[in-house]
Design a protein around this ligand. Sequence first.
Ligand code: HAM
Length: 423
Amino acid sequence: MAGIQLIRGFKDILPGETELWKYIEKIAVDVFESFGFKEIRLPVLEHSELFARSIGADTDIVEKEMYTFPDRKGDLITMRPEATASVVRAYIQHKLYAKDPVQKFYTIGPMFRRERPQKGRYRQFYQINAEVFGIASPLIDAQLIFMLTTIFSRLKVADIATHINSLGCPVCRPEFKKALSTLLSSVSGKLCSDCIRRHKKNPLRVLDCKVPACRDAMSDAPAILDFLCPECKEHFNTVKATLENLEIPYHVDKNLVRGLDYYTRTTFEIQTGSLGAQSAVAGGGRYDGLVKSLGGPDHPATGFAIGLDRLAEIISAKSDDLLQNPEIFIAAIGSQSRTAALEWACRLGIEGIKTEINLTDRSLKSQMKRADRLGAAHVIIVGENELKQGSVVMRNMLTKDQISIPVQGLVANIKQTLKGIIH
Ligand code: HAM
C-alpha cells in the first residue's frame, strides 16, 4: 500500500526551505520592531460568524473557500482564512485600545482557503501581517507601504511593482456602485457566470475578473477615483504625495478592488510578474469601519499581509546561502574518542558554537567527506593516540592549516582559537 500523502493544496516546508522562510521572517520582524510594532499571536480557529461579518458574506472567500465545520457541540467554527478579522476581534475583546489609542501589531502564521491549488496558491499558506489601529491619517498608509517596500528591498526581491487605489467610503462608494451597476446591466450578456453572480452581490469584484471577455466588457467601466468625495480624494492625494516624498514608485490601479469587503479608502498590493496568475505577493489597505461593525469603538485601522509562500518562491537568495554551516566537526575514531567527542560537542553547543560529530564507526576518510559536505569550517580529529597524548588536531577546512590543541580545557582552548581566527 502506498504511504499516506499530505492533503491536496497543503505542503510541507522542509529543511533547505525553512532557512529562507526564517530569514524572511527575521527581516520582516526587524522592520516591524524598528517601526514600533508588537507581536500578537492568535488562534487558528474562530467562530465562523467573525469572518462572514468582516470579510463579507458575499465574497469568494466566505462563500466558497472557508474550511468551516461544526465542532462536537455543533458550533460552526472556521480555520481562519486571514488574520485581520482575528486581530480586530482580539483588539475589541481585550480592549487593547484602553492603554494607548494607537496600537500596532504584527502576526505571522498559517491561513486556510479552499481555493483551486496551483503555483503560488495553496490551501494552507502563511502570511506576515501588520495592522495599525487608531490612526486616521493617510500618512500611516504611506508608512505601511514604505515598510512593505523596505522588507522587499532588504530581501533583494526584483520584478515587483506597488499598485495603489482608493475604494472611497460609505459616503461616495454607493454612487460609484450605481454607475458600475448601470454599465454591468448593459454588458451582462458578455460576462462570465461568476461575474453575473457578482453583479448582484458584489459588483466591485467584476473589476478584477481575469476572464478576457469580462476585461473587454469592462474596458469602459467607470473609475472609482472619479467618484471620491472631497475627504477621500484628499486622503488619496496625501498617500500619493507621501509616497513620492519617500521615493517609492507606484502605479495607480483603478481596478484594484481587493477580495475582502472591509476596505475603505486606500488599498494596495505588491505585485510580481514572476508567479504567473498569482501576481499579488502582498496586499492591504484601510478598514476604518471594521472595528465598529464588529462591536468595538469607532476606531480607524489599516494594515497589510505578505504572502510568505509566494515571497519565498520569488526570492533569488537560495536557502543554501543561508544555511549556517557547522563551525566545528569532530571526527572521532574509536569508541573512547566518540565518548569524549560527545562531551566536547555538548559543551561547545552550549557555548553557541555550532558543532557536528560522528557517532558511528566510520573511517576517517568518510568522516572528512561528511565534514566537507556539511561545509564545516574546522575539523577536530581525535583517536586513541590523540587522547593518550593529550592533544587533538584542528584543521581549518579552507586553508588546510592544522594546529594542535590540548585536550585539557579543550572547550576554552577552542573558543580562544576561534576568537583569534575571527578577529
Ligand atoms: P489577501 O490579499 O487576501 O489579504 O492576502 C494577502 C496575501 O496573502 C496575498 O497577497 C497573497 O500573497 C497571500 N495569499 C492569499 N491567498 C493565498 C493562497 N491561497 N496561497 C498562497 N498565498 C496566498 C488579506 O488576507 C488581508 N487580511 C490583508 C490585510 C491586512 N489587509 C489589511 N490588513
